[in-house]
Write a protein that binds this ligand. Structure first.
Ligand code: UT7
Length: 325
């Protein structure tokens, strides 16, 4: 029997407060032009003082459930991709479960930084294919503002807060071809030898503090361009398809130049690429589900469209997922 994990609904949530590039000029020695030219970012959302990652995740999950008219008690698994949990434990996932009154189910967080949502989708897909779960809430939620060094202009201008969610549902009535709706494959990678290119300088077992983001931007940029191109090629080859069969590229939103480079290598026009980095900045694990929901609610991505999701981040980690929406 062929079983597929179908993306039935999407949702998102962005904190109300917006910091524009002009606002950043009063925080660090930077300029609107530098930020926009080097990254494509124009503004980012920043969570309120008392807002937590779980608050964002819960709001995005509610939006996804409402959008798909899906009952919370049908959910049998919750996976939250985050690198900024409210507490070391319990997971953000169990907080979502409690807030939405979801009965006993599987619930856990995945930590793969900016690739977190791609990893979470891969894990959720495996759970559905193996029959371990049927209705999975997959969420990417981050409060990057809480782990930024607001005196480091090389990082603090790049990140933002937000959350996105999808509901994946098992479908057994499929043909086992590329005409099916649902996920066809996931491709997940990591190279721990590159862990020092992008990290947080704190943690429970080392400093007993949360720490702040440290990044060798130029190096990360170089590998991002290479890994995105590699994993996209790998995904196309694994499914024996060509770039013209992809309706939408939904990339991690870190830098417009990385996104443009991947699209160019695929021979895809930017009119086929979902771009939200200008409005959201880099929201780490939240960026892909935020972009996806933005494109779905904005009428760009429609039922039946072939979408290629790809991302990379600290670790270094990277990956891609091919699905028919
Ligand atoms: O999501 C996880 C993955 N992360 C990424 O994909 C991020 C990858 N990296 C990048 O997106 C880019 O490398 C950045 C946007 C972070 C930086 O762009 P860049 O073109 O690589 O700039 P750079 O780091 O080479 O810096 C160029 C200059 C430097 O000055 P000098 O040494 O040339 O005099 C920096 O000190 O720009 C300076 N600079 C700034 N100037 C104004 C660095 N940050 C700023 C700033 N405002 N905020």
């Amino acid at each position: 029997m062929t079983r597929r994990a179908v993306i039935q609904a999407t949702g998102s949530y962005l904190p109300k407060k917006i910091l524009t590039n002009a606002d950043m000029e009063s925080i660090v020695d930077t300029s609107s032009e530098w930020i926009e030219q080097r990254s494509g970012i124009k503004q980012r959302h920043i969570g309120a003082e008392n807002e937590t990652t779980a608050d964002l995740a819960i709001a995005a999950a509610r939006d996804a459930l409402d959008s798909g008219n899906i009952a919370p008690d049908s959910i049998d698994c919750i996976i939250v991709a985050t690198t900024t949990p409210d507490q070391t434990f319990p997971s953000v996932a169990v907080k979502v479960q409690a807030a939405l009154n979801i009965p006993q189910c599987i619930a856990f967080d995945v930590q793969a930084v900016c690739t977190g949502f791609v990893y979470a989708l891969g894990v959720a897909n495996s759970f559905i294919i193996s029959g371990q779960a049927r209705n999975i809430l997959v969420i990417g939620a981050e409060m990057m503002s809480k782990i930024l060094n607001w005196e480091d202009r090389t990082t603090c201008v790049l990140f933002g807060d937000g959350a996105g969610a999808v509901v994946l549902q098992a479908d057994e009535n499929v043909q086992g071809t590329l005409d099916d709706r649902g996920i066809f494959s996931s491709h997940l990678h990591a190279n721990g030898a590159q862990k020092d290119l992008l990290y947080v300088d704190g943690g429970p077992s080392s400093t007993q503090t949360t720490g702040h983001i440290v990044m060798q931007g130029k190096e990360v940029f170089k590998y991002a361009v290479q890994y995105m191109s590699d994993v996209v090629k790998e995904t196309l080859a694994a499914n024996d398809i060509t770039p013209d069969q992809i309706d939408w590229l939904v990339p991690h939103q870190a830098n417009i130049r990385i996104i443009e480079s991947t699209a160019k290598k695929l021979g895809m026009g930017m009119d086929k690429v979902v771009v939200t980095v200008d409005q959201h900045g880099n929201t780490s694990a939240a960026s892909i589900p935020l972009a996806l929901d933005n494109a779905v609610k904005g009428g760009k991505i429609k039922r039946g469209d072939m979408i290629l999701i790809e991302g990379m981040g600290g670790g270094l980690t990277w990956g891609a997922v091919l699905a028919r929406f």
